[in-house]
Design a protein around this ligand. Sequence first.
Ligand code: SF4
Length: 464
Amino acid sequence: MQVIFVIENLMKSSSHGPHVVLINPPIYDFALYDLFLKPFGLLRIGKWLEQNSYEVTHINALDYSDPVSLETLGKPQRRRDGTGKFFRQELDYPENLARIPRKFARYGIVKEELLRKIRSLDRKPDLILITSGMTYWYRGVQEAVELCRIAWPGCPVGVGGVYATLMKEHCLKVCAADFVTKGPVWPGMKEELEKRGFPLPSGAPGVDYMNDDPVWRDSAVIRLNEGCPFNCDYCASSCLSPKFQAGDPGQAIKTIKALYERWGTRDFAFYDDALLVDKEKIFIPFLKEIIRLNLPLRFYNPNALHIRYLDENVLKLMIRAGFREIRMGFESSDDDFHEKKDGKVTMDVFARAVDALKSSGFPLHKVAVYILAGLPGQRWEEVERSIRYASGFGLRCRLAQFSPVPGTALWDESVRTSSFPLEEEPLYHNSTFFSMEWEGFRREDLERLKKLTRELYFRPEKRP
Ligand code: SF4
């Protein structure tokens, strides 16, 4: 039988199998807000390894309640819904990087404390696994690998996750991990375990994760479906999950109940790319069961929903289940844009979805419409038309600034047209650089459009 206990926010499960340390690394960026940023994949792997008699320790470098960092850096502002700021330390602007008027910072617990946590494990690790997010966050992964080398020289260190999948060669070279897993960790990591004589786990990581980790205390994330049946030119979903796989509403309910009982967690964000696909079989039964349970829960969808699947029925159920917001992936009011780049929405479909929103009674001030800005060759006029169009329905627009992602259909064009060396330096994938700036869409246009979105929302008399 496994004994589970918490030592100073290190999550540790005890068993006699190999000891695996999972690290959620710090993040280096120009700005960062914790919108339900959780080590979801990492803790799924942890659960699976535990089930296969591995001993697992989780070290979370993004822990915003770390006592040593609290004392050194002060308390980051957090919100009741479990979102908020991380610890932040301003850094010198990176050498050899094109200048932009932004401060570069490290987010996460202080480095010395992270090293101490890695060092002070009470059992020598047999394997260390580090997760990775955005490609332009690779410096946090690099730091985590370096600290592991200092703390446990000779211990194999592997990296997986989004950056590892999209830029395996870069990750191997720059972060100097012993191995990098591209795509799903299983069977991706099989050869590495075999090579080192570790017992091969059975099955594969499921949707179940290490529930006892304090990372879920204030808010949690869940995923019903894996992947997305669409293949939009600007999105990396199909590079990360090539196939849409329908989820199990019963399993998601089980996770939610377990977290509510264990931590009192009430705020849950969906990590789905396609929450509404096949909704009659998956999402609607999920919503009905949540309504039946009658728990004081709140739900969020930080990834946008497919507009074409929104209807009055599902919206009414979402209201009753406790959805606090709706984010819609609109991107553009230009039919030509959708014909060429995603095929996911038309203006008729959008207008129908807005009617459904209104008749369902969903509060419109809780609805955000994403508009894509800064794609290769895109003109600012197109973005302005889209903002004016969606604002005309009384909805709040949010500009989603394009970030070039390796492996997507727009990657080659992005590399060709950008003035930044996107292939060599992933920091330039950060939308803060506005790497697709050209004479038809300048940074000042972008700033003006951001202002316009606010104006049209807060000053209705300016709407078309
Ligand atoms: S942008 Fe949305 S609809 Fe398009 S592939 Fe990505 S997740 Fe799917």
